[in-house]
Ligand binder design. Structure first.
Ligand SMILES: C[S@@+](CC[C@H](N)C(=O)[O-])C[C@H]1O[C@@H](n2cnc3c(N)ncnc32)[C@H](O)[C@@H]1O
Length: 235
């Protein structure tokens, strides 16, 4: 199990308090999906089911709603209905698509999860074989930008440019929109706690005591920054 997965599992039950931004992101992503007669859907990195809850109300034609996550604990929290099939798999694993019940879906979705792909070419390449319609929201390296700059560390996640380039390699047509969010905090200590618990920080190296002390003195903002790339891709 990688650090990323452990972090999501450890906070699975308290997770809903720390996912303010992800909930907004999932809401916007769900709104972008045009109403259509979709019958099969696959949600990658489904978490506690934000996407399912939003789409269940909007689209009544689903017959199979497959949700994939690498955390058993997240899958336990995800709503279970007669149309939901839960798959525990890691999108970084070589044969992860073998675990899926179908090889083709009307709609492929992913909200706030694909930033944790270890090899974007691999993950996007595999996912592109599963559906001709791909809607996603992916956190970019612009997330916690000023914090990273102040602590002099590189973001562990992909830039918007890299994400767009890779997606365009596997889809004929794609449009992208960047959204920025901020979240206010009373102190840098609270910000660091939020980062640890929100699951947006998963792959980051632990900050040293010295780096934390430095950030507390020098971080110039009273908020955290988030940058999310919204993707609408077709083949
Ligand atoms: C920030 S949460 C987002 C959850 C949900 N999609 C939402 O919008 O609320 C990211 C989810 O991706 C899952 N995840 C992270 N890395 C993964 C991987 N390599 N394979 C499968 N799922 C992964 C985590 O377990 C977590 O449930």
């Amino acid at each position: 199990m990688s650090n990323v997965i452990q972090e999501f599992s450890r906070f699975a039950h308290q997770y809903d308090h720390y996912n303010i931004i992800q909930v907004q992101v999932a809401k916007i992503l769900a709104e972008k999906i045009p109403l259509d007669n979709y019958s099969t859907l696959l949600d990658i990195g489904c978490g506690s089911g934000e996407i399912f809850r939003k789409l269940q109300k909007k689209i009544k034609t689903f017959e199979l709603f497959v949700v994939l996550d690498s955390s058993e604990k997240m899958l336990e929290i995800h709503p279970q209905t007669e149309i939901v099939t839960k798959v525990c798999a890691n999108f970084n694993d070589k044969n992860f698509i073998d675990a899926l019940p179908l090889k083709q879906y009307d709609l492929l979705l992913s909200s706030s999860a694909l930033q944790w792909s270890n090899d974007l070419d691999f993950t996007v390449g595999k996912l592109s074989t599963l559906s001709n319609r791909f809607y996603a929201a992916i956190f970019t390296s612009g997330t916690f930008k000023t914090l990273h700059r102040t602590a002099n560390i590189n973001s562990p996640i992909y830039s918007a440019e890299k994400l767009q380039e890779t997606i365009l390699e596997y889809y004929n047509d794609a449009s992208f929109v960047l959204h920025h969010y901020t979240l206010d905090f009373d102190s840098v200590r609270e910000m660091l706690q939020y980062i640890k618990k929100s699951g947006v920080s998963g792959g980051e190296k632990k900050l040293s005591y010295r780096q934390i002390k430095y950030l507390m003195e020098k971080y110039p903002l009273d908020h955290l920054e988030f940058e999310v790339l919204f993707v609408n891709a077709k083949n």
